[in-house]
Ligand binder design. Structure first.
Ligand code: GLU
Length: 447
């Protein structure tokens, strides 16, 4: 393979699909050397097949708002690759959602899911629906209308969506309610992230954040260091940041910043469990304002409008919100402030310039597809429980999650170790995930 030739062809075929092209380039650059040692991959045109999704569904979603106005949105599901299992990946509700975004997320999902070593293919979906300011009734009507179109294309052995940005436990409940009605069966494996009591798994809500902190803990240990007293800056205040903050406190670290689209909330003494609990109320309100934390905890949390979490001095920086949320200047500011580790929790949270700046400074950088794989891994565990009609305790799920994250960490080290002994986590995660998918595709023939 020649990355430049492949990228030139893709750019011509998919002009303007910036995020998708960026994600593909990163993976191909990481795997090029290893790939070229396998002429059987080249012969079967593994890369040329892998970069295009199996199929993409686009559909109109029509619903009525609280004022009686008819609203039209666009819904999507990208079924990317099923070499390792049924399509699996979240649904994102956000006004910026488009095909390019979902293709990049779906592409990343293939390798992330492969890293978990569970039988999960890669997919992604969502809609350009903005949940900000919407009432509970509006959210329900939108979810029902969305599922009215999607239901025929999902199912436990076909495609199993979950939550992502803008889609949490409440939305999954509404989506599942309509799915069950239309499919005329109680097929719990058709969606994950369900609530506990009707098919959900304990620890699934916490899983992405917990998994991320298990991974970060290993990065820190690798440097003969400990989490005790480490200052962590997180972006966002959604489900992922909530889980990460909970585990960070347990590991003895201090979360000194969370952020939102309105600005940053600095918490010099470290976030408390009371504040972490309040993050759930902030998300449920659909206001999407981190300032609410400062208003609720005056003297402990301090809001600055328009600033990012990366402006706060910290030891560990973890983007937990959206893609491209850390740019090169942000990374430089973090480095000047003495950051020691950067772990991307959001999918493609760091721009290429930010990653290069961190790596060039000799600071460990870990990519989202490895760090945030605990979420989808626990979705895989949810599917296992659904299929076996069993329910594991929180301790059992957490132990399995920890093992999966440790295994992913070890894989990244195995494939990412450089000649000088340093670890390139980006390369490690890309090669480890890619090899699993490529071997499965090869074994299954030209399909
Ligand atoms: N949206 C999450 C992710 O990016 C979870 C996907 C899932 O559980 O299927 O991995």
């Amino acid at each position: 393979m020649n990355v430049q030739t492949i990228m030139t062809n893709l750019e011509a075929k998919h002009p303007g699909e910036k995020e998708y092209l960026q994600a593909v380039r990163e993976v191909l650059e990481s795997v090029e050397e290893v790939y070229n040692q396998h002429p059987e991959f080249e012969k079967a045109k593994i890369v040329e097949r892998l970069v295009e999704p199996d199929r993409v569904f686009t559909f109109r979603v029509v619903w009525v708002d609280d004022q009686g106005e008819v609203r039209t949105n666009l819904g999507y599901r990208v079924q990317y690759n099923a070499a390792l299992g049924a399509y699996k990946g979240g649904l994102r509700f956000h006004p910026a959602v488009n095909v390019s975004m979902l293709k990049f997320l779906g592409f990343e999902q293939i390798f992330k899911n492969a890293l978990t070593n569970l039988p999960l293919g890669g997919g992604k979906g969502g809609a350009d629906f903005d949940p900000t300011g919407k009432s509970d009734g509006e959210i329900m009507r939108f979810c029902h209308a969305f599922m009215y179109e999607l239901w025929r294309n999902i199912g436990a052995d076909q495609d199993s969506p979950a939550g992502d940005v803008g889609v949490g436990g409440r939305e999954i409940g509404y989506l599942y309610g309509m799915y069950k009605k239309l499919a005329r069966e109680h097929s719990t494996g058709a969606l994950t992230g369900k609530s506990y009591g009707w098919g959900g798994s304990l620890i699934r809500p916490e899983a992405t954040g917990f998994g991320a902190m298990y991974y970060v803990n290993r990065m820190v240990k690798q440097a003969n260091d400990t989490m005790e007293g480490k200052k962590i800056a997180l972006s966002g205040f959604g489900n992922v940041a909530w889980g990460a903050a909970t585990k960070a406190i347990e590991l003895g670290a201090k979360v000194v910043a969370i952020s939102g689209p309105d600005g940053v909330c600095e918490i010099p003494e470290g976030i408390t469990m009371e504040m972490v609990d309040y993050m759930l109320e902030m998300r449920a309100s659909n206001r999407n304002k981190v300032q609410d934390m400062a208003d609720k905890f005056p003297g402990k949390a301090f809001f600055t409008a328009g600033k990012k979490a990366w402006s706060v001095k910290c030891d560990i920086a973890c983007p937990c919100a959206f893609q491209n949320e850390m740019n090169e200047d942000d990374a430089k500011e973090l480095l000047a402030n003495g950051v020691q580790y950067v772990a991307e929790v959001s999918n493609m949270g760091c721009q290429p310039g930010a990653i290069a700046a961190v790596q060039n400074a000799g600071i460990p950088f870990a990519p989202g597809k490895a760090v945030n794989a605990g979420g989808v891994a626990t979705s895989g565990l949810e599917i296992c429980q659904n299929a076996g009609h069993i329910s594991w305790t929180a301790e059992e799920v957490d132990a399995k999650l920890q093992k999966i994250m440790n295994d992913i960490y070890d894989l990244c080290v195995e494939y990412g170790k450089e000649a000088d002994g340093s670890i390139n986590y980006v390369k490690g995660a890309n090669i480890a995930g890619f090899m699993r998918v490529a071997k499965a595709m090869l074994a299954q023939g030209i399909v």
